[in-house]
Design a protein. Structure first.
Lengths: 314, 308
C-alpha cells in the first residue's frame, strides 16, 4: 500500500507508457498522475454526482420538499405512495419522502465527523508512534490494541448505553456528538496502524535523512516531509470508511441506541418502522434504499480513489 | 516459533486487562445508582441492597471491585445475575447456538466467496469479472440489518419459505438464511481478496514454470496458483470467525436467535450488569485468541514468513 509513495515526484516509466494521455507532455507527480487516472473512471463521476446531490440535500433540504418532516397526520397512517405523499406515510402519518430528505443531514454529519475524528486521532497517534519509536510507540500500540479488542457493535452498545441510559430524552446535537465519539473511539486504532506503517517506511527514506541533515526541526520533518508522503493510504482508508461509518450509524440507530427521535436519520426511520414492516413496507424500504445508495456511492468513490492512488491492486 | 508464540501470548495479557477493565468500569463504575429501577416502582429493600452490595463488592472502589471479579474469573466463576442465575449457565445455553450460526456463515462466505473470486480472477476482465465486482460492491454497501430485514420480509412473510423466528435449538437448515445474512459482507471481501491474490500470482515465476512444463490449465490454476493465492484468504477467514463469534448481535436480533448476541443486548437493556461483563470478557478472549491463532497459522501456511 505504501509502495507507490516511493515514486512521489517522479514519473513511473511503466505506467506512463500505458496510461499517459497524449495531450500531456510532462507526466506529472504522484498526485497529478492519480488525478488523471481518477478522471478517466466513470465510477468516480457517478459516485461524485450522487454524493454532490446528497450534500445539497443535507445542507438545503427545503430545496427538495416543502413538507415538515415531523408533521404527523394520523388520519393518513401507513398511506401508500400517492400524489399527496410521493413515498407514502409512516405509522404516525409522517411524510416518508420529506423525512428521507431531512434524514440526509444527520446521517452525513455523523459519517463525515466520525471519519474526520478517526483520521485525525489515528493519524496523529500513528505519526507520533511511527516517528518516535521506542517506548511511546509501544505504549500507543498497546493502548490501540485495547480499543481494537472490543468488537464494534458490542463496544458501541456498552459505551452508548452507559452515557445515555435507555428511556432518557436528550437533545439532537448531544446525540450526534455521542454517536460520533463512540465511532471514533472504536475505530481510531485501524487508522493509527495504517499511518504508523506508512510513517515507519518514510522515516528512513533518503529525503527525510537529508532534511534532518540540513537541520530541520522535528516538527518540520514530520509535518513537511513525512506527512505528505504518508497521506495516500490514510486517504484511501478514509473514503472507504466514510461509507462504512454511515452504515454503522444506521446500525446503532437500528438497535435503538444511536440517534433517535427527534433526530431524523435513515437509521432512525428504519428502526421506527421495523415492527410494522409487514403492514407498511414502504416506510422501511425507501429509507433503506436511500441508505444503501449513499453507502454505495462512498464505497465506489473509495474504490476509485484506491485504484488511482495504488494502481497495483487493480 | 515457540518464542514468538510465548511473546504474543504475553502481549495479550495487557490488552485483555485493559479491554475488560474499560468495560467493567463503564458498566459498573459510571452508573450513579446501580439499583435504579431494579425493584419495579418501589425503592429496593435495605436487605436486597445489602445482599447485592456484598455480592458485587459495591462498597470497594472500582479497581478493587475489578480485581476481585478477575480473581473469581480465574477460578472459572463468571458471577451471578441480579436474580441469582449463574452467568456461566446462561452462556452455556446460548453460546452453542452462536457458534453454529458463525460456522454456517463462515461456510457460506468461504464457498461462495472463493468460487466467485476464482471465476473472476481466472477469466480476467470480462462480463463475469464485472458482474462479481458490481455484486461485491452492492454486498459491501448493504448494512447487515437491511439484508436481514428484507430477506426476512420476502422469504419469510411473503413467500413463506423460511420461519421468521428461529426456534430455540436451531438445526443447520434453520440457520441457512441468517448465516447468509451474517456472512454476506465478508463474502464480498473474500471474493475480492481471492481475485486480487490470483491476479497478482498469475504473473509469478512459479506459474510460468508450471505452464512451461506443459501442465494443463486446470492443474496450473487448481494446484499451483490456488494453494499460494488462498493464504491471505484463509487468514482473513480465521480473523472473521473470531469476529463472527462475537458480533452477531444484529443478525440474532433480526431473526430472534437465542444466541450470545441477543443475550448481551437484552442484558444491557435490562441493565443486568453481571451478564454483560461476563459475556464481554468471554468475547474479548475469543477475539484475541482467534487473532493469535491466525498469526501463527500464517507461519504454518507460508514458511517464507519468519518470526523472531
Amino acid at each position: 500500500m505504501t509502495e507507490p509513495l516511493l515514486h512521489a515526484g517522479t514519473a513511473r516509466p511503466g505506467d506512463a507508457g500505458e496510461e499517459a494521455d497524449p495531450d500531456v507532455e510532462h507526466p506529472g507527480g504522484f498526485w497529478s498522475d492519480a488525478w488523471r487516472r481518477l478522471r478517466g473512471r466513470p465510477l468516480f463521476w457517478v459516485a461524485s454526482a450522487i454524493i454532490l446531490v446528497l450534500l445539497v440535500m443535507a445542507v438545503f433540504p427545503s430545496l427538495f420538499t416543502a413538507v415538515d418532516p415531523r408533521a404527523a397526520d394520523l388520519a393518513g397512517s401507513g398511506a401508500t405512495p400517492g400524489p399527496d405523499a410521493p413515498l407514502g406515510r409512516d405509522l404516525q402519518g409522517r411524510d416518508v419522502y420529506a423525512r428521507a430528505i431531512y434524514g440526509a443531514g444527520p446521517t452525513l454529519a455523523v459519517g463525515v465527523l466520525a471519519t474526520l475524528g478517526t483520521v485525525l486521532l489515528g493519524a496523529l497517534a500513528g505519526l507520533l508512534g511511527g516517528y518516535r519509536g521506542g517506548w511511546p510507540d509501544s505504549l500507543l500500540s498497546r493502548f490501540a490494541e485495547v480499543f481494537a479488542g472490543l468488537p464494534f457493535v458490542l463496544g458501541g452498545i456498552v459505551i452508548l448505553t452507559t452515557y445515555n441510559p435507555p428511556g432518557q430524552l436528550v437533545g439532537e446535537s448531544r446525540l450526534v456528538v455521542q454517536v460520533v465519539a463512540t465511532i471514533v473511539v472504536l475505530s481510531w486504532p485501524m487508522a493509527m496502524r495504517i499511518m504508523r506503517a506508512a510513517t515507519i517506511t518514510a522515516r528512513d527514506q533518503d529525503y527525510v535523512r537529508a532534511a534532518r541533515a540540513l537541520g530541520a526541526g522535528r516538527l518540520r520533518v514530520v509535518f513537511r516531509h513525512i506527512l505528505p508522503n504518508t497521506l495516500a493510504p490514510v486517504l484511501v482508508y478514509a473514503t472507504i470508511q466514510l461509507g462504512a461509518f454511515i452504515g454503522a450509524e444506521a446500525t446503532l440507530s437500528f438497535l435503538g441506541i444511536g440517534l433517535k427521535d427527534p433526530v431524523v436519520s435513515w437509521g432512525v426511520m428504519i428502526a421506527e418502522s421495523q415492527d410494522r414492516v409487514a403492514q407498511i413496507p414502504h416506510a422501511i424500504l425507501f429509507p433503506a434504499g436511500f441508505l444503501v445508495v449513499t453507502v454505495l456511492a462512498f464505497v465506489m468513490l473509495g474504490d476509485a480513489v484506491r485504484d488511482a492512488l495504488d494502481p497495483r491492486g487493480r | 516459533m515457540g518464542r514468538y508464540t510465548l511473546r504474543r501470548l504475553l502481549q495479550l495479557v495487557p490488552v485483555f486487562l485493559g479491554t475488560t477493565f474499560i468495560v467493567y468500569a463503564l458498566v459498573w463504575g459510571l452508573s450513579d445508582d446501580p439499583f435504579a429501577g431494579k425493584c419495579g416502582q418501589r425503592e429496593c429493600s435495605p436487605a436486597y441492597i445489602a445482599t447485592m452490595t456484598e455480592r458485587y463488592n459495591l462498597d470497594d472502589n472500582i479497581l478493587v471491585q475489578y480485581l476481585k471479579y478477575l480473581g473469581a474469573l480465574l477460578t472459572g466463576d463468571f458471577g451471578q445475575t441480579f436474580s441469582g442465575t449463574e452467568v456461566s449457565s446462561l452462556i452455556a445455553t446460548a453460546y452453542p447456538v452462536t457458534i453454529r450460526l458463525a460456522l454456517v456463515a463462515l461456510l457460506i462466505e468461504a464457498v461462495i466467496g472463493i468460487l466467485a473470486g476464482i471465476v473472476s480472477g481466472v477469466r480476467g476482465r470480462g462480463f463475469v469479472d464485472s458482474l462479481v465486482l458490481v455484486s461485491t460492491l452492492f454486498l459491501i454497501s448493504l448494512p447487515v440489518f437491511v439484508t436481514g430485514l428484507v430477506l426476512k420480509q420476502v422469504l419469510g412473510v411473503e413467500l413463506g419459505i423460511i420461519r421468521t423466528s428461529v426456534p430455540n435449538d436451531p438445526s443447520f437448515g434453520d440457520l441457512l438464511v441468517p448465516g447468509f445474512v451474517l456472512g454476506s459482507l465478508s463474502m464480498a471481501y473474500v471474493a475480492r481478496l481471492t481475485r486480487t491474490s490470483l491476479v497478482e500470482n498469475a504473473r509469478a515465476d512459479f506459474v510460468r514454470t508450471a505452464v512451461a512444463k506443459g501442465l494443463t490449465h486446470r492443474r496450473v490454476v487448481g494446484v499451483h496458483m490456488l494453494r499460494n493465492s488462498l493464504i491471505p484468504v484463509v487468514t482473513f477467514l480465521g480473523t472473521d470467525l473470531g469476529a463472527l463469534m462475537g458480533g452477531a448481535i444484529v443478525t440474532e436480533g433480526v431473526f430472534n436467535i437465542r444466541g450470545i448476541g441477543g443475550l448481551v443486548f437484552r442484558g444491557i437493556l435490562q441493565q443486568d450488569t453481571a451478564t454483560v461483563v461476563g459475556i464481554v470478557v468471554l468475547l474479548v478472549i475469543v477475539y484475541l485468541v482467534a487473532n493469535l491463532v491466525v498469526d501463527l497459522l500464517y507461519a504454518v501456511l507460508d514458511p517464507r514468513i519468519r518470526y523472531d
